[in-house]
Design a protein around this ligand. Structure first.
Ligand SMILES: [Zn+2]
Length: 430
């Protein structure tokens, strides 16, 4: 008697526990549900659970089936449901493709060290028809060692080049309709691709946000637990588990995005010109076309615990400022009061520093920064956004509400990790 799709997938899921390389996946799978259903044409994930279509599974060999199953689990491990919102907004289709390219290259690394006659996974291929022998999944060695962001950048550019009339429109590429994409992107798309049906928050339903937070917690716990459990055996994966799970956006990238999105006349970013500074690192940032970058402030809490962090933050800010080139940056040194002010503009961003001024000791009260900014406003200065660097141990946060300035709190990693601002976003400078 031949096994049903359900039995096959379940036995493969079970097998992951016995293959040391795959124990990470075996653990991870315990947190979500596996459903055999024809709700999706091939396989699918919503970020926690996995679906497999029985007819699709029937057409696969066991090693292909394992590939598909692990593909879905890798989406979960990389928290694709929660990440890359900025890319998804630009083009959900290209983001999905970039994720798949990245995952599939990683999965093929699982075969490293295996007897070539007995690979752990194989990319599914068409068994018959005009595409016989061709891959049913997105696979391109051009993207080896590239991050999802980097791959997205290449795909975006490829799409723009191939659709000249759509090239300048911000909506270019923002469509679920394949025919809206360049021919080369359409050629890349394949029917065998899985479905990414990420859970989404319904903004009108408070329960929805709560549920999403719960799911997010489950996923994080699952990843943590699975990484611990897999321990040494994870070393056999051929790639580091940390590489697999640590896709956290670096804080300075968030900070850079914050500055750009809050600037005057912010325009659409474009990947047409690569930002050379980041090529080769894990980032592949768009070049921003706008030249209208307004005035901002960076307020640095100079209590003693800040020394090492502010030096590192200054290094990152120097690079960002030279690239984004705001009209003006005012640096405020504060403790119980704002006791020193430096001004920077395009002529001296290369000299940007945050540690020329020693601490005065004494209290730490962010209210003095809000007061200073309010006073500046009265005297004609218009800050478009502000960044406050602090350990978060402050007497008060200050009255930011009435100032209506987008605010980003950068909290040192040794600082108050529970810091929860009334106004503004928060990042940890780790
Ligand atoms: Zn996928």
């Amino acid at each position: 008697m031949t096994a049903t799709a359900e039995q096959r997938v379940e036995s493969l899921a079970l097998a992951t526990h016995g293959i040391s390389k795959l124990q990470f996946y075996g653990q991870l799978a315990r947190y979500g549900r596996l459903t055999i259903s024809d709700a999706y044409p091939t396989a699918a994930t919503d970020g926690l659970n996995v679906w497999c279509n029985p007819d699709f599974i029937d057409g696969l060999t066991d090693t292909e089936c394992m590939f598909v199953y692990l593909h879905e689990l890798t989406h979960i491990a990389q928290r694709h449901m929660e990440l890359y919102d900025d890319l998804k907004e630009r083009s959900a289709m290209l983001t999905n493709m970039a994720m798949d390219y990245e995952i599939n290259l990683k999965l093929m690394c699982l075969n490293a060290g295996c007897d070539p006659a007995f690979p752990l996974v194989e990319i599914p291929v068409y068994k018959d028809g005009p595409k016989q022998g061709e891959y049913m999944a997105l696979y391109d060695t051009q993207f080896e060692n590239m991050s999802v962001r980097q791959i997205f950048g290449v795909l975006w550019e490829e799409n723009e080049e191939g659709s000249p009339e759509a090239g300048d429109s911000p909506e270019a590429g923002d469509s679920d309709d394949p025919s809206q994409y360049s021919q080369s992107i359409q050629d890349r798309m394949c029917e065998g691709q899985d479905s990414h049906d990420w859970m989404e928050v319904d903004e009108n339903d408070p329960e929805s946000q709560k549920k999403m937070d719960e799911v997010s917690k489950i996923i994080k716990t699952a990843i943590q637990h699975s990484t611990q459990f897999a321990g040494d055996s994870a070393a056999e994966l051929g790639f580091k588990v940390e590489d697999l799970v640590e896709v956290k956006t670096p804080w300075y990238e968030i900070l850079r995005d914050f500055m750009i999105h809050n600037k005057k006349d912010a325009q659409y970013s474009t990947f047409r010109r690569f930002n050379r500074r980041w090529v080769g690192s894990d980032m592949y940032l768009p070049t921003y076309e706008s030249t209208q970058v307004g005035e901002m402030f960076v307020a640095v809490d100079r209590s003693y615990s800040m020394d090492a962090t502010s030096a590192e933050a200054a290094n990152h800010l120097r690079v960002i400022l030279q690239d984004v080139r705001p009209d003006k940056v005012t640096v405020l040194y504060w403790g119980s009061s704002v006791y020193h002010v430096d001004n920077y503009d395009a002529s001296n961003y290369h000299e940007f520093t945050l540690d020329s001024i020693p601490s005065t000791g004494g209290g730490t009260d962010a209210a003095c920064v809000a007061e200073y900014i309010k006073d500046k406003g009265v005297h004609g200065s218009t800050f478009e956004c502000g960044i406050i660097l602090t350990d978060g141990c402050v007497y008060s946060q200050g009255e930011w509400g009435p100032l209506n300035i987008p605010l980003l709190w950068g909290i040192t990693k040794d600082g108050d990790t529970d810091f929860n601002p009334e106004i503004g976003q928060v990042i940890t400078l780790d």
